[in-house]
Design a protein around this ligand. Structure first.
Ligand SMILES: Cc1cc2nc3c(=O)[nH]c(=O)nc-3n(C[C@H](O)[C@H](O)[C@H](O)COP(=O)(O)O)c2cc1C
Length: 187
């Protein structure tokens, strides 16, 4: 496939391990991937795993001192062809809809240029997904121009059965590829 540039954002969900499969799939298909995480995502997945899969530094701390670091959230928004937040927690979805920018992921979102696609793949417990606040936030984000993916119905990590499971990585891969219109010979 292509050399499209993907900013791959992760937030603190049990589904982070599934997102790793998707990152691997993207890299194997020649997408350039940079990962960015909320601090809580790093309680589910390690920086070394994300660096190993993407072959790039992970953007997770806004105030860490290193050359050019201070500008990364705005520089990144000019770098990528598509951004995906996967998995997207209820917390980060609600923060984004409210315009809160207090970590690397939400600050990058506020610096997002809507000329490029921004995808959100929710993953959460069914009650969090069906909560009126989350529903309203998803609607708000869609109205902004964000592509909010559906979720799967099924058994959840907590044992509940319902909506809110992350879509299979293969399905999300197809959605990304279609969004970028990638095919043999493109980019
Ligand atoms: C084991 C475990 C699994 C969790 N899985 C999810 C999840 O799949 N989706 C979700 O929205 N929150 C989940 N949470 C709650 C979030 O981690 C919590 O709301 C956190 O503040 C999210 O931080 P972030 O959105 O800044 O990454 C989980 C918490 C624990 C302890």
């Amino acid at each position: 496939m292509s050399n499209y540039r993907i900013l791959f954002q992760l937030s603190g969900s049990i589904a982070c391990f599934k997102a790793c499969n998707l990152i691997s799939m993207l890299v194997k298909n020649n997408f350039e991937v940079v990962c960015s995480t909320t601090p809580n995502a790093l309680k589910f997945i390690g920086i070394s795993t994300l660096e190993g899969l993407s072959g790039r530094n992970v953007y997770h701390e806004m105030f860490e001192s290193r050359p050019k670091k201070a500008l990364e959230h705005t520089e990144l928004s000019k770098w990528y062809d598509l951004c995906i937040l996967c998995p997207a927690t209820a917390n980060v979805i609600n923060k984004m809809a409210a315009g809160i920018a207090d970590d690397a992921v939400t600050t990058s979102f506020l610096a997002h240029d809507f000329k490029t696609p921004y995808l959100i793949a929710p993953a959460m417990n069914k009650n969090m997904y069906d909560h009126p606040t989350t529903k309203r936030s998803i609607m708000t984000l869609k109205q902004m121009g964000v592509t909010v993916l559906d979720t799967d119905f099924g058994r959840q990590a907590c044992g509940d059965v319902g909506n809110g499971r992350l879509l299979p990585p293969e399905d999300i891969f197809e959605i990304i590829a279609n969004k970028l219109n990638t095919g043999p010979g493109e980019k």
